[in-house]
Design a protein around this ligand. Structure first.
Ligand code: DX5
Ligand code: ZN
Length: 223
């Protein structure tokens, strides 16, 4: 198990009227990354933002931008998102039949390459590309919206994902996304996740900085 915990608050739950303040709060709390959910209304039934907002976040915050593409044909956006300041580009296996090619392309652009799997998608989808992965994202809700309940069956999948990465000799990070909060984060950490997206838990809290610290501490307690 990796010894490093990464906390990645999700922009989806930010109050955009207070963007600068809220990003400053999570930085003060020691957040590692800012998670940016890009949705196209096609792969998922919701719409969010694109390169312009990524560029704004890169200007307003020093945090690496962890961009989660919930879109069909994700390769259309690689160049513009990389230029806008993305550090990590994560694409869904369900939306990328030529996964290996897309991962290589993301790395050519100087970004870390990630693959996300929906709750119903088998880990077998990434076995053959484990060596090309910088990050594996196990979705712990069905993607599209913040504030959903954690799917408990995900814990066993996280364990199996960790075993798959270890068996392949991969040093990829294992990220979880959806319903991560005080009541679920430690179980995910014990199951082998090391990178935690949290939207509602952080930005719905009265003190987002304290919440980032609290989430990290819950992993430390069970290290
Ligand atoms: C859901 C997104 C998540 C979302 C998580 O489709 O991928 O990143 O922001 O939100 P919470 O933490 O509120 O479940
Ligand atoms: Zn996400």
């Amino acid at each position: 198990m990796s010894a490093v915990v990464r906390i990645a608050p999700s922009l989806l739950s930010v109050d955009f009227a207070r963007l600068t303040d809220q990003l400053a709060m999570i930085e003060a709390g020691g957040a590692d990354w800012l998670h940016v959910d890009v949705m196209d209304g096609c792969f998922v039934p919701n719409l969010t933002y694109g390169a312009k907002v990524i560029e704004t976040c890169a200007r307003v915050s020093k945090l690496p931008l962890d961009v989660h593409l919930m879109v069909v044909e994700p390769e259309k956006y690689f160049d513009s998102f990389a230029s806008a300041g993305a550090s990590i580009l994560t694409i869904h296996a369900e939306a990328a039949p030529h996964l290996q090619r897309q991962l290589v392309r993301i790395r050519e652009l100087g970004c870390k390459a990630g693959v996300a799997l929906n709750p119903s998608t088998s880990l077998e989808m990434v076995r053959e590309v484990a060596a090309d992965l910088d990050l594996l994202l196990v979705m712990t809700v069905n993607p599209g919206f913040g504030g959903q309940s954690f799917i408990h069956a995900s814990l066993d999948k996280i364990r199996r994902a960790r075993a798959l990465l270890n068996a392949a000799g991969s040093r990829a990070l294992l990220e979880v996304d959806g319903g991560i909060a005080r009541g679920t984060i430690a179980d995910c950490w014990r199951a082998g996740a090391d990178t935690f997206v949290a939207g509602n838990a952080v930005f719905g809290a009265s003190d987002p900085a304290a919440e980032v610290r609290a989430l990290r501490a819950l992993c430390a307690e069970t290290a």
